[in-house]
Design a protein around this ligand. Sequence first.
Ligand code: ATP
Ligand code: MG
Length: 387
Amino acid sequence: MKPEYFVVHYAEVAIKGKNRPLFERILIENISKSIKGLKANGVKRKYGRIIVNLKEDSKIEEIKEKLSKVPGISSYSPALKSTHETKDMAEKALALLNKPKSLYIKVKRSFKQHPLKSLEIAKEVGTIVSLEKNIPVDFVEPETVITIEVIESGAYIYTEKNAGIGGLPVSVSGKVMVLLSGGIDSPVASFLTLKRGCRNIYVHFHSEPYTKESSRKKVEKLANIIAEYQGQTRVYMVPLINIQKEIMLKTDKKYRIILYRRFMFRLAEALAWKNKAKALVTGENLGQVASQTIENIHSIHTIVNLPVIQPLITYDKQEIINLAEKIGTFETSIEPHDDCCSLFLPKHPATKSDLKTVEQEESKLDVESLIKEALKNTEKVTINQDL
Ligand code: ATP
Ligand code: MG
């Protein structure tokens, strides 16, 4: 039988108190946007859960796929609705069942005025269903769990419980500016801040014409994949090449990578202010490459005033790859591309820079006008996804 609803749960424990109404309102908004066009019949809050109403022609499979990508959802279940009568509950449960080897009935009674207690409901429904289909009840390892959620207007019944990605709804934690390269790490870092409720916007630095246009397209493709978890967003494409040339001409080659990155951070911060984003996010990971030592991170991050969030800083590479595969960015990330950071790099970059020397080298450059020029030539790309 075709489900008439999706019962959506979110992690309640974390959001008790004042933040809860806001959390619920934003989650409902995000769900509504994500399933727009799939012929659902409205999304509503009901006693600590969210109900997606379906119609005859709702696109169930597509809706499921969308719900699997909305941060803040802990589970979602296609369901039927019954009255308060246990006979009716059992009928709906039977309509959902295949023929499992064993079953268990779990009752959640949000509507405390129901004349029967949870256990009594479970017993009555269990008796009808197991007799009708000749399926034993198993309290320890049931093949199928029938969940009955009793609310004021009736009960939702379901047997399928799909895990959502959890976390918090996008937007409850504010806006951040993600430095998005074409690599494996920054898309994963992006996903992790989205999952903690941030609204991400993105900045990418290219060195065209030394880096190819295909590299920029790859970054757009990655932004599109990540945007499936957040909806519409934007990527700022910033040309770094003139800055890199100046660095190459005027400063000690040992510090090139650190100076490139200090400019990237300055530019990212300028764009963050412009967009009211209150933090920068990177895919940095301790010890992975020469620029990612504590000393170099210090020399780079101190140039900005905004906090820099590095969700992957302590991850192992394999953990990052596993996540990249799970969120769907890995295959695109490993496509070949030119990395602006590897342009004009010496064989032996400084791995333990000290801030004073870096600042001395940098003082040979006209930082302000270089930043101004790069910002002037920045392009904005809008990424459209339905969420
Ligand atoms: P990734 O896999 O994300 O490319 P990485 O392991 O290659 O990271 P680095 O190249 O040192 O490490 O980059 C560290 C972080 O700096 C990236 O995760 C990203 O946040 C940012 N970054 C690097 N290059 C760029 C770029 N061209 N545009 C935007 N951000 C960048
Ligand atoms: Mg990289």
